[in-house]
Design a protein around this ligand. Structure first.
Ligand code: PRP
Ligand code: URA
Length: 209
């Protein structure tokens, strides 16, 4: 199984470039995160099961398919994952959403969990963990830990920009988890920021700095 999928679709490359640009404002940044999440979900759900059904067209009955959206859970890591969830929920409105609140201590870079509310039947669902940034990997690993403790066994991670360190950390802690990312950047700086990255995703989404 390929454990890291790095996207090379022209639309994704184009949108990530605008996202990185320091001149991109909050409104456009949010829209781009939503659009990128939709495009990435197209690939991340490629193997998701479909059910066959019949649909009546104005002319005849056709064979059709329905995706088992009820079997998916979108799990945004607060705050920045929320914009990804907003995009994917437009594509797959039947997916349930579990929220996980984790912030990274700026001094220690350790993840701190402050909230978790998952669908009750999370053990039966495939969870898509959503966070634009996979930096040290601490937040994502903590989120996957929470999901597994709740019985979830099918988990995929979607991150728009990843650092090699974060990918390695997720692989080491959870070798069964596939990662879907639009870019693997160079390194983490002394403050744990991805270089070149895009800066602080939460601040750029919500205008808090
Ligand atoms: C950012 C980002 C990830 C995390 C990544 O959130 O959205 O959740 O950092 O870093 P890591 O891979 O080293 O754990 P942050 O902790 O700044 O929270 P916030 O957006 O809610 O302020
Ligand atoms: N969190 C962010 O928002 N950006 C980074 O580069 C690293 C962590």
């Amino acid at each position: 199984m390929r454990r890291v999928h790095v996207f090379d679709h022209p639309l994704i490359l184009h949108k990530v470039t605008i996202l990185r640009d320091r001149r991109t404002g909050h409104k456009e940044f949010r829209e781009l995160v939503e659009e990128l999440a939709m495009l990435m979900a197209y690939e991340a759900t490629r193997t998701h099961p479909v059910r066959q059904l019949e649909v009546e067209t104005p002319l005849a009955v056709a064979k059709g398919y329905t995706i088992a959206g009820q079997e998916l859970a979108l799990v945004p890591i607060l705050r920045a994952g929320l914009a990804m969830e907003a995009g994917i929920s437009r594509l797959i409105p039947t997916a349930h959403v579990g929220h996980v609140g984790i912030f990274r201590d700026p001094a220690t870079l350790q993840p701190h969990r402050y909230y978790a509310k998952l669908p009750q039947d999370i053990a039966e669902r495939t969870a898509l963990v959503l966070d634009p940034m996979l930096a040290t990997g601490g937040s994502t690993v903590a989120c996957v830990d929470i999901l597994k403790a709740a019985g979830c066994r099918s988990i995929k991670v979607m991150a728009i920009i990843s650092a090699p360190e974060g990918i390695q950390r997720v692989h080491d802690a959870h070798p069964d988890v596939e990662i879907f990312t639009a870019a693997v950047d160079d390194y983490l700086n002394d403050h744990g920021y991805i270089v070149p990255g895009l800066g602080d995703a939460g601040d750029r989404l919500y205008g808090t700095r």
